[in-house]
Design a binder for this molecule. Structure first.
Ligand code: SF4
Ligand SMILES: [Zn+2]
Length: 493
């Protein structure tokens, strides 16, 4: 039954998601409205940038990238099934932030350092690193030494940013406590993305917390569904992840809980994770993330399993009135407005909303989203001519709304609080952050959009030498070859 449903869903998606006219440079003859011109990537050769247009198709209401590859002809890739959602947000964002931009590295919220180890105790079918593929290449990538990491971390001294010492699985690196301590001592916040297996050892976990770990990112893709666990992780992991969550609660460590989703496999029962997150006060963020197809991820998944961000937002709204798509829409506009005021970049593919954990009123009520939307419109109209006055007026309105709900202030001030060295473990948590996140793949990559990313990859050069994370991992083999190159080059440390 599951298999039949999956085949149907995947076939439907395949017919819609990517269409090609080999060799044709002419239009695909679809009625549509041009939203913007941009640059995209050839899906077959992601290293090649091509001219493209973002188009809203009147016949299906979806937004598509029309890509013109000199070698492969014209290709259409769907970037949003609900075109109105993308059109409205895209338009709002670019009205506030016209022109190309390269973000100021100090204003980014997340910095990924190059790999601390290529070793992992799992072999997840959804892993973008594909550790067993091109074994020789994978094994030839050496982990940087502690001295090299010390030097690299030193370049971010005092930034008060979240720094991710990424792995494969970082807990496989024996010096992880030292790496965490180094990041913390540099005046930044170490965030660990882990499969959790080694964290079941309470002494080891405690040691990382004592070294200064500020947050753990943990994925639980399925609840009470061993078949899905097997498909995603190649083993049963739910029980051990719950052990880790309990330990995080005991140690008072904030957790970002993630659910990786794939079309037709686990894109139902979305409320289960919300219930789980609400029950664990240390879960500060719940992220619904799409499986990412980075080329040849594994034999069991393909591009058709990938969900677009608006598809996840819509599914959440259908499952739960607290996560209505319209509320996501208004709240993203507010976030874009605040990012314009603070100068912080924000990825278009990440959508966020805050839901009350228990008795607190919903955000749409506190901020009265119906009144807020015209205020945000006025902010966008006034900003080009009088940015300060527009900002003051929006902030004053927000202040009046939030004065009776100081517990909500942190929703808007996470970055600010961090910059005052206020640890996340002490943030009030009467509201839970729910995010929808999906990195760009080669089909949906959009050169302008990707540079609005708030989280980037540093390969060991100067702190200014970063690239959007999505851009770096578009193709796992290329990513590994680049890693090898960075590590062999003189600029490695
Ligand atoms: S635990 Fe992480 S690094 Fe290891 S195989 Fe799974 S996804 Fe890849
Ligand atoms: Zn091409």
């Amino acid at each position: 039954m599951l298999y039949f449903g999956l085949v149907k869903a995947v076939e439907a998606a395949r017919s819609l998601k990517n269409q090609k006219e080999p060799g044709s440079a002419a239009s695909l003859n679809h009625s549509g409205r041009l939203l913007r011109r941009c640059r995209a990537l050839c899906s077959d050769r992601p290293e090649v940038e091509v001219e493209a247009e973002l188009v809203l198709d009147d016949s299906d209401g979806a937004a598509w990238l029309h890509k013109h590859c000199p070698e492969h002809g014209l290709e259409r890739a769907m970037v949003a099934r609900s075109g109105w959602y993308l059109e409205g947000l895209d338009d709002y964002y670019y009205r506030l932030n016209p022109g190309p931009s390269r973000p100021d590295p100090r204003r980014l919220s997340g910095h990924v350092l190059y790999l601390t180890t290529m070793r992992c105790n799992f072999r997840c079918p959804v892993c973008f690193l594909e550790l067993d593929r091109e074994k020789e290449l994978t094994e030839s990538i050496e982990a940087p030494s502690l001295d090299q990491i010390r030097e690299l971390v030193g370049r971010f001294r005092g930034w008060r940013a979240e720094i991710f010492p990424l792995g494969a699985e970082p807990t496989m690196r024996p010096e992880l406590p030292e790496i965490i301590a180094l990041i913390r001592r540099s005046g930044n916040y170490p965030v660990l993305v882990s499969n959790g297996e080694r964290l079941r050892d309470a002494r080891f976990f405690r040691c990382l917390v004592d070294a200064g770990l500020s947050k753990l990112v943990l994925s639980i893709d399925a609840l009470a569904d061993p078949q899905v666990e097997q498909q995603f992780r190649g083993r049963q992991v739910e029980r051990s992840k719950f052990q880790v969550l309990e330990l995080a609660r005991k140690f008072g460590l904030p957790v970002q809980l993630e659910r990786c989703m794939a079309r037709g496999i686990n894109d139902d029962d979305l409320n289960a994770h919300l219930r789980l997150a609400r029950g664990f006060p240390m879960v500060h963020n719940l992220v619904y993330r799409s499986y990412l197809d980075v080329g040849s991820c594994s034999s069991s998944f393909s591009r058709e399993h990938q969900l677009l961000p608006d598809e996840i937002v819509e599914a959440l709204g259908r499952a739960n009135p607290e996560l209505a798509m319209r509320d996501f829409y208004v709240f993203q506009k507010l976030l874009y407005a605040l990012c314009r005021i603070t100068g912080m970049p924000r990825c278009h593919r990440t959508q966020a909303l805050f839901v009350p954990r228990d008795a607190a009123p919903p955000l749409a009520e506190v901020l009265d989203f119906e009144t807020l939307e015209p205020i945000l419109e006025r902010f966008a109209e006034d900003t080009p001519a009088k940015p300060r006055r527009a900002a003051a007026s929006l902030l004053a309105w927000l202040g009046r709304r939030l004065v009776h709900r100081p517990d909500l202030l942190y929703v808007f001030g996470l970055q600010g609080l961090r910059r005052f060295s206020y640890p996340e473990r002490h943030y009030p948590n009467s509201y839970l952050s729910v995010c929808v996140s999906s990195l760009y793949d080669a089909a949906t990559y959009h050169a302008t959009g990707v540079w609005r990313c708030h989280s980037v990859w540093h390969h060991g050069g100067k702190p200014e030498d970063f690239e959007p994370f999505c851009k770096v991992i578009l193709d796992s083999s290329r990513f590994k070859r680049r890693l090898l190159h960075y590590q062999q080059s003189a600029g490695r440390s």
